[in-house]
Design a protein around this ligand. Sequence first.
Ligand code: OOG
Ligand code: MG
Length: 261
Amino acid sequence: MSERIESLARRLDEAARQRHAIAQPEGADAPTLAEAYPVQAALVAQRLARGARRIGMKMGFTSRAKMQQMGLSELIWGRLTSDMVCEEGGPLPFDAYIHPRVEPEVCYLLSKPLEGVVTPLQALDAVEAVAPALEVIDSRYRDFRFSLADVIADNASSAGVVLGAWHKPDVDVANLGIVLAIDGRAAQVGSTAAILGHPLRSLVAAARLVAAAGERLEPGSIVMAGGATAAVELRAGAAVSAEFQRLGRIGFRVSAAEPAA
Ligand code: OOG
Ligand code: MG
């Protein structure tokens, strides 16, 4: 692997580990689109080297709400690892992040491999279960400011995954209302239909996109379909909950900030 890819990945890994945002790279310091996924792979390899396991992948910018919030409109994907899983209920360790945000998603668990061009029916046939989910994103770039290549290199801002109860794959998740609440007050209202018209389309796209990187979606792995609403900033001590029509409620508490030493 090139020294340049390694050094771009190392900068992002250090930013995450030191919980310190870095400036959006400029000019020759910025990854190109061709370098972006290789940098992401190198970044995730550092987590795996520290003992994390690969658990699946996530899709990004699958809803207009997310595209508008971040100013980017191409589908992206990221690699999820076991060290990102946070327990339902919490507490989510606030100090483990830089400037975390939360967004409501739908998560698929696969029982069969998927890769390349597949139909929605083939994708559904590979689904073992579906769950309401919350994703915690935490850009390693200051103020969440990034280009498409920057955010791909940064593993699509992946930081935390909270999963709710698994349901049989035959639950119709095409158009389910979602209310994301912070401290009991609605912060975002949306529908699973915001995810490419149907979250299953995100799974279809995921199979296609990972194949382009020489990977496949593995049996036993999860796929996060992408935020259905804009993401909401997390504050220390906040109570976060999302009510999904038919799929139920999921939530967690954010820990209080550590007093400064
Ligand atoms: C990039 C990650 C996008 C989604 O669900 O659309 C994403 C970001 O917003 O920082 O996770
Ligand atoms: Mg997301």
